[in-house]
Design a protein around this ligand. Sequence first.
Ligand SMILES: [Zn+2]
Ligand SMILES: [Zn+2]
Length: 254
Amino acid sequence: MKITILGSGTSQGVPVIACNCAVCESHDTMDKRLRSSVMVESEGTRIVIDAGPDFRQQMLRQKVMQLDAILITHCHKDHIAGLDDIRSFNYLFNKPMDIYATERDQLAIRQEFSYAFHENPYPGVPEFNMITLPETLFKIGNMHIIPLEVFHMRMKVYGFRFGNFSYVTDANMIPEKTMELMKGSDVIVINALRKQPHVSHFNLEQAIDVIGKLKPKVAYLTHISHMMGKHADIEAELPPSVHMAYDGLEILMD
Ligand SMILES: [Zn+2]
Ligand SMILES: [Zn+2]
């Protein structure tokens, strides 16, 4: 199984105006973060989690020619805004894209991309095959996936476990039953927005605390805001088995 970090940033991490902070000014490629997304591949199956505003750029950068499904963690714009660009895959393979999302998130997607759901849609609109996200173990191709229910303040969001890899973004609370489902993961990618507390995202200390309870072999932080500071500075402060994720990071697992 191969995991590729397509994006490790957040909408705060990709300013539309240059804010002149140290991260904006940095020439380190590790400080250039697209919106959070991850690609999970095993022989013959390729899945992407979330399709934010940078989805197209992420697909081009990784030269992704084939994609089996997109899993949606939740319907915030930085996780769904790029779904219009599935039309390239629709065109190439002449079939709709399988999108796994909760009923709430499906409704948000239908509103956001209403033109794609008209009774007689204009030719060329993106084609979605909406699949309700199962609440327990399910299979896509040869991959077994366990949904991980977590909370983004009051909002229920899903992370996913594939084998011994767990991915959680946009959480600030992980219920005990989900912690149980994540136990035994060798690799965990988890969100850490910044050092200061935040109402709906783990900060650095909280993310490290969760990692300390789950004890994976290695953990990577994602959904990182510019307020966190520069990659190299934070990396130097982290415990030995915890690292900052960065765009393009590849993790190979059995
Ligand atoms: Zn969110
Ligand atoms: Zn987000």
